[in-house]
Design a protein around this ligand. Structure first.
Ligand code: NAD
Ligand code: MG
Length: 393
């Protein structure tokens, strides 16, 4: 193969300064010959973004949370403002977008990329939860050239890998594992006094603050059930959740004959991210610490306790209701988590806040990303009222 230079995969990372963005760029550092970073986006951490842009010699950058920046060094172009992430994708023309923004803010750029025929490695589960129906409609439309949606969430990447050679018609169930978060065994009466600092300290994963709170309430797993529903197109009752505190088994597939396949690795997002970044199913070597099962000793599994973690049943109801119900669920959770992190809502009121919001706002059918942004604004406009209801409940 002398003289042959393999072209590098052009990637654009939106949400580059966060936990998933950093894990993605750690893989690029390890394999500079395989990836070219053509675009990096962040919200407001301009200095961190500038540092990354210089390190990876990136031609295009975007900051959605600012309207101008006089100190930006002119070695690369900086786009600013609300739709800067979409402009970044358009200008940088990548082979793959890594969608690593947190929350519904990731929806418009993710949708933009897919609609433009660009593959998306999706960490931002909130966008698929909110817009699953819209994205499915787009993917099913044979006249459109839609980008591929590649899961980055560890459970969904595991399922993708497990289903690689098997038809969906052979599947009895898909099982997502959940660590149970920091409060798996805490007496329910003590959850009232949980502080943000305790809630974000996840026992097995290092993650951003929002998903850490989501893991403690199990809303994360609720969002992941909806995510799996849209990604793998199985019936809702074929998607199960099981508690597995060690976070070594990330997902399981049960086939019709009774055989169960499991995916195991150390809990490290570089695993699913490198698989998703990888070129045509080629696994990148040595991205995770090797898993020594003898050191782990025992793997345990527990039934989900629906009284302790009611969010999953609630999410299932939202999928069944359809239309904007999953978006209302998601947006209510985003508001509730933000309020909790600011000490304005108790931890135990996060899921009741979602339930109250679903009572207040009627789910309707929708046809565009803008309709879902309206749902977000409606939820935001009701938040003080909902907090009052939670306090009196
Ligand atoms: P994080 O808080 O560490 O990072 C969030 C990133 O999004 C930052 O770069 C921030 O600048 C950007 N951002 C925040 N608000 C924005 C806005 N309004 N507009 C544009 N950009 C904005 O979060 P994270 O833990 O990296 O999670 C990112 C996404 O990946 C979430 O959807 C999360 O559920 C998902 N995810 C994370 C993990 C993990 O291990 N961290 C695992 C699976 C899935
Ligand atoms: Mg996950």
């Amino acid at each position: 193969m002398q003289g042959y230079v393999m072209s590098r995969k052009k990637i654009c990372v939106i949400g580059a300064t966060g936990s998933i963005g950093s894990a993605t760029l750690a893989i690029v550092r390890q394999f500079p010959e395989k990836f070219e970073v053509v675009g990096l986006g962040a919200h407001s951490r301009v200095e961190d973004l500038q540092r990354l842009v210089e390190e990876f010699s990136v031609p295009w950058a975007a900051c959605t949370g600012i309207s101008c920046c006089s100190e930006w060094k002119k070695t690369s172009r900086l786009l600013v403002g609300e739709s800067a992430a979409q402009q970044l994708i358009e200008a940088s023309d990548p082979d793959l977008v890594i969608s690593a923004i947190v929350g519904i803010a990731g929806l418009a750029p993710t949708f933009y990329a897919l609609n433009a025929g660009i593959d998306v490695l999706l960490a931002n589960k909130e966008s698929l939860v909110c817009a699953g129906e819209l994205i499915k409609r787009m993917r099913d439309n044979a006249s459109l050239r839609v980008g591929r949606l590649i899961p980055a969430d560890s459970e969904h990447s595991s399922l993708d890998q497990l289903l690689h050679r098997q038809g969906r018609d052979q599947v009895r169930s898909l099982v997502l594992t959940a660590s149970g978060g920091p409060f798996l065994h805490k007496p329910l009466s003590e959850l009232k006094s949980v502080t943000p600092r305790i809630a974000v300290a996840h026992p097995t994963w290092q993650m951003g603050p929002k998903i850490s709170v989501d893991s403690a309430t199990m809303v994360n797993k609720a969002l992941e059930v909806i995510e799996a529903y849209w990604l793998f197109e199985v019936d809702l009752d074929q998607i199960d959740v099981i508690i597995h505190p060690q976070s070594i088994v990330h997902a399981l597939v049960e086939f019709h004959d009774g055989a169960i396949f499991a995916h195991l690795s150390t809990p490290d997002m570089r695993g699913p991210l490198s698989y998703g970044l990888g070129i045509e199913g080629q696994r990148l070597p040595n991205v995770m610490r090797p898993l020594r099962l003898a050191d782990v000793g025992a793997l345990t599994f527990l039934q989900l306790d629906n009284e302790r973690f009611p969010a999953i049943a609630l999410a299932r109801q939202c999928v069944e209701r359809g239309g904007t119900a999953p978006a209302i669920f998601n947006c209510a959770n985003e508001e509730a988590v933000e309020l909790f992190l600011q000490n304005e809502l108790r931890f135990v009121d996060i899921v009741p806040f979602i339930e109250e919001t679903l009572q207040c706002i009627e789910a309707t059918s929708y046809g565009s990303v803008e309709d879902l942004v309206e749902v977000q604004m409606k939820v935001a406009s009701l938040k003080s009222e909902i907090v009052r209801r939670c306090n009196h409940g």
